[in-house]
Write a protein that binds this ligand. Structure first.
Ligand code: FEO
Length: 392
């Protein structure tokens, strides 16, 4: 296992995790992931940028065998998939210092118990000389923790962005080779991790666009040798208006809610509104998150369980509220046996979204003609609101 050269004296020393299928015991990883660590050999000093997940420690150490010293470990981010091995690196390379942002000091100390005397904090815009190479630290907070920063290698015009611009994608390629595949993985990653912090990310994008960048080297997924591809994608996801899309996550127990969902989805499609329908019984929650990036409207379909939404619908509402997509409208459809507080409970669960609630459709038992007419009116209202709000 050898370090792979990116440019003269710049190496990828990371690990590819082909088999991982879940991150944070929460996020599905259909394509695995990678933990990218980079080694920069300056004429005087050597720096390691981020590390790898603890279970990949041996892989990283094998790749570092041909490098006699490390002077600096750059901790762009304290989450363990990048930082978990750093205590072991500092133990092995006794002279090395951990370089991190001001808020990184507390994160590394709290989460990894790294002693204060091994940590050096840097300000936004501060530089560190490796001799013939210069690292500039660019604070890019909330992608997705408060301490996150990026490291810009001035002479080679490489931005090491850690989670920012990353993608959970296991690949043997160092650089992006399949644009469609990386786009999907990066959008999934943005939706699941970055989307709640859109306002800060907007500022981070402005900051990054002031730099002259040849490569963006994130800490998950391949390196972008055409940085505009991912910067433009982020600009679209963060800044664009929502599109003429309705997301319909639903679950059904005895098919009443399913019949309602199918009617609504067909009616919306006939009105030329794009729909993404997800059966929460077995859906990939990441696909649901991706669809929320561009959607204007959410319609949650749920039967009533003990007066409230089905637990799977409860989870979808909780997740949507937590991800804070650009949604403008929401509604609820579903069935109940004898009584229901679903609408109130779901409305409360979406309280962090600034959405307008469109008249829900709740039906007692099996839907009949009057319920389908109500669904037809709901589809018409959604279409009308999209048109009135110039949502295309
Ligand atoms: Fe890839 Fe926030 O860690």
């Amino acid at each position: 296992m050898k370090a792979r050269k990116i440019k003269e004296d710049i190496f990828w020393v990371g690990a590819v995790d082909w088999d991982r299928r879940l991150f944070d015991s929460l996020i599905p990883l259909p394509d695995g992931t990678s933990y990218n660590s980079y080694l920069i050999k300056g004429s005087e000093k050597t720096a390691l940028i981020d590390a790898v997940d603890p279970k990949m420690q041996e892989t990283l150490f094998k790749k570092l065998e041909n490098f006699e010293k490390i002077d600096y470990v750059i901790g762009n981010h304290g989450e363990q998939d990048h930082s978990g091995v750093i205590p072991h690196i500092l133990n092995k390379y006794r002279e090395a210092k951990l370089i991190t942002s001001h808020s990184g000091r507390g994160i590394f100390s709290d989460h990894l118990h790294i002693s204060e005397d091994r940590i050096v904090t840097v300000k936004d815009g501060e530089t560190l000389s490796l001799g013939n190479k210069t690292l500039e630290f660019v604070y890019t907070p909330w992608v997705h923790w408060p301490e996150t920063m990026s490291t810009y290698l001035r002479e080679d015009k490489i931005l090491f962005s850690c989670d920012f611009f990353g993608s959970h994608l296991a690949t043997s390629d160092i650089f992006v080779s399949d644009i469609a595949l990386v786009y999907e993985a990066a959008k999934r990653y943005y939706a699941e991790i970055m989307m709640p912090f859109r306002r800060v990310i907007k500022k981070n994008l402005e900051r990054v666009q002031n730099l002259e960048i040849d490569f963006i080297a994130p800490s998950h997924g391949p390196i972008y040798d055409k940085p505009s591809f991912i910067v433009d994608a982020y600009r679209d996801w963060v800044l664009s208006n929502p599109k003429n899309i309705v997301v319909v996550p639903y679950i059904s127990m005895h098919d009443s809610t399913k019949l309602m969902v199918e009617y609504l989805v067909n009616s919306l499609a006939e009105k030329e509104v794009k729909v993404y329908q997800f059966n929460l019984a077995d859906t990939d929650i990441g696909k649901l998150a991706i669809s929320l990036v561009d959607a204007a409207t959410l319609v949650l379909g749920t039967p009533t369980v003990h007066f409230g939404p089905h637990p799977s619908a409860f989870y979808a509402a909780y997740l949507t509220n937590a991800l804070r997509p650009k949604l403008k409208f929401a509604s609820v459809i579903g069935s109940y046996g004898w009584g229901s507080k679903v609408v109130d409970q779901v409305s409360n669960m979406l309280s962090d979204l600034k959405v307008e609630l469109i008249e829900p459709v709740m039906c007692k038992g099996l839907p009949d003609e009057s319920d389908f007419q109500a669904l037809e009116r709901l589809a018409g209202s959604i279409k009308e609101k999209h048109v009135l709000n110039n949502i295309k």
